[in-house]
Write a protein that binds this ligand. Structure first.
Ligand SMILES: [Zn+2]
Length: 596
């Protein structure tokens, strides 16, 4: 693997608080991946931010009696709190309402226009017959032509998720006064996707390491490409950087186009904030650098077809060529890591249907690592996966508390009581040697799984070593070795070495408790760095929160290091709380499962 890896994480939409479904698919997996790579010596740039434009924001704002700006300010801050609480180690988590983002989007738009990949076309736009004014998409409702849902909006059906045009709606009506809108020709800009068909097909043909179903799905999509609108009749978004368009209040860049460019704009903002404005180029222009994109399965084609098309267009490498754009030759995705859905009682998490568990409630009650563990070991990696409290309680109690927590606690407790420090080992037996070798070998096996985004296999293998170490303690019974202190010290030394190795193996998954274990073993300083909330601003001086972090300073390395003999040990405090088993039946009092 190249030493430089871009971890590009899907942008959460800033129209409400996060629920478990939002963070389990790509939030935690992308962080586990990035933490592992950093420990293994790679230069990781992990970026994302809040997706703050689009009709759904303005609809939410209308519902809450807020402006769109107030709405995104409110939910961006909540998103920051949730992702910070989970310990997601973004190099930058920003937002799409920055001037930097608008400038990058506009430069990208202009580059594509210049190369002929963005084209102006007439489309039918809605007009209010009584006022003669343009009706924004969000004020038009009707029946979805695809799924027949009654309350589809002019730009999208929330039931089936398909993008729509207002004129597609059956029985369109104005939400403002109930009248039937008139449709008149208006102009919009389109991304000319058919002009990438050959170059994308050729590029995809070289992605032989991708999952076959992702490749097939993407190729099928390419076989039926049509121009896709990248401007919209809406008053909230990035302005179109053209004379006669820039100041039009009702024509903005379509939210999907601006959001997907966020990966690049966030990298540019990160570089500026670190004082080296060109630093982003090391991840985007160096052909040796790798780019991993994390998203839910409903967003695959944006990352396997549409975003690569935009990048090719900027690079002047679509089917009709062109000149290299202002960002230089940009790297296309190396890998897209899509997740399935976390469900609850068989259905998708849904705020509107009260089938939801909010991240902040969960974190307040159970802490981040219990959730991170559950997502890694039982999350929707390969299949839609049902969340149940029973499964959560069982895994927390049997695996985290009884296996891992117990191994840490009894190993350190016994060494503390008998030695007050890490004892030296005497002569090792065959059993000792074999087990220590198995733990060392796990760095390769777990690492191989992690580098291929097989999170469940990775944590299962790490926990297998934990189980072996517990069995070792039970078999060797150091508490019965009062008359053979030399052997007892050797067993405890081996147990502490195993705790240290397992803690390293589990650090990408459980960074908070890994820090605790590191300190319990006498370590000082930062073992696993956490993101920080920083208030930043642009030229306008208006502050906004971002997540950044100083991850280069952390001590964690992906290797087995010898436990430091003689280091003083205190009595440990338990790592994980065992949960009342009745919780598995009822869930906590705030859980809507009670109502189902
Ligand atoms: Zn529909």
């Amino acid at each position: 693997m190249s030493s430089r890896v871009l971890t590009a994480v899907a942008w959460p939409y800033a129209n409400g608080p996060r629920h478990l479904g939002h963070v389990s698919g790509f939030g935690v997996p992308s962080d586990v991946f990035s933490r592992y790579l950093r420990m293994n010596g790679h230069d990781v740039l992990m970026v994302s931010g809040s997706d703050e434009h689009g009709t759904a924001i303005t609809v939410q704002a209308d519902q809450e009696g807020l402006t769109a700006r107030e709405t995104v300010d409110k939910y961006h801050r909540q998103l920051i709190d949730d992702l910070h609480g989970l310990g997601l180690s973004y190099d930058l988590y920003t937002r799409t309402t920055t001037a930097n983002h608008a400038a990058v989007v506009q430069d990208m738009f202009s580059a594509l226009l210049e190369n002929g990949y963005v084209v102006k076309q007439s489309a039918m736009g809605a007009i209010s017959p009584s006022t003669g004014r343009t009706l924004p998409d969000r004020y038009i409702e009707g029946t979805c032509p695809i799924c027949k849902y009654d309350n589809a909006r002019g730009d999208q059906c929330d039931n089936c998720g398909n993008q729509l045009d207002p004129i597609d709606l059956i029985n369109p009506t104005s939400k403002i006064n109930g009248e039937t809108p008139e449709f008149r020709e208006t102009e919009h800009f389109f991304l000319d996707l058919p002009a990438f068909a050959n170059s994308l097909t050729e590029w995809l043909s070289r992605r032989s390491d991708w999952r076959p179903n992702v490749l097939k799905f993407s190729q099928n999509f390419i076989n039926d490409l049509r121009p896709r609108a990248i401007t919209r009749d809406i008053d909230w978004g990035v302005s179109v950087p053209l004379e006669g368009w820039r100041d039009q209040p009702m024509k903005k860049v379509y939210v999907w186009f601006d959001a997907v460019i966020g990966y690049l704009s966030a990298s540019v903002e990160w570089a500026r904030r670190t004082g080296d404005p060109e630093a982003w180029r090391k991840w985007w222009n160096d052909p040796e650098a790798l780019a991993y994109y994390f998203m839910g399965k409903d967003n695959i084609v944006f990352h396997t077809v549409i975003w690569p098309g935009i990048l090719l267009g900027q690079n002047g490498k679509g089917d009709t060529g062109g000149t290299l754009g202002p960002f230089g030759e940009l790297n296309l995705p190396t890998e897209v890591v899509s997740s399935e859905f976390l469900t609850m009682s068989g259905a998708k998490f849904s705020t509107s249907r009260s089938r939801v568990i909010y991240v902040r409630d969960f974190l307040a009650e159970f802490g981040p690592d219990a959730l991170r563990y559950f997502i890694a070991v039982a999350g929707p990696e390969n299949n839609d996966t049902d969340f149940t409290w029973d499964e959560f309680v069982r895994r927390n109690n049997n695996e985290l508390a009884n296996e891992w927590g117990n191994l840490v606690n009894r190993s350190i407790s016994m060494a503390h009581k008998n030695n007050g420090k890490v004892p030296a080992a005497g002569e090792l037996t065959e059993v000792d040697t074999q087990l220590l070798a198995a733990a060392r070998a796990a760095f390769d096996t777990v690492g191989a799984h992690l580098s291929r985004n097989r999170f469940r296999n990775a944590i299962t293998e790490a926990m297998r070593i934990v189980t072996l170490a517990n069995r070792y303690l039970s078999d060797q019974e150091p508490w019965k070795l009062k008359d053979d202190p030399a052997r007892r010290d050797t067993v405890l030394h081996c147990a502490l070495q195993l705790v240290q190795d397992c803690n390293t193996l589990l650090t990408p998954f459980l960074p908070h408790s890994a820090q605790q274990v590191y300190e319990a073993l006498g370590g000082t300083g930062v073992w696993a760095a956490q993101p920080q909330i920083r208030e930043v601003s642009e030229d306008d001086g208006v502050p906004y929160p971002v997540l950044m972090g100083d991850y280069a300073s952390e001590e964690a390395r992906w290797e087995s290091t010898p436990i430091a003999v003689g280091r003083p040990l205190d009595k440990p405090t338990p790592l994980f709380r065992k949960l009342d088993e009745s919780l598995g039946v009822t869930g906590p009092s705030w859980s809507p499962l009670l109502d189902l």
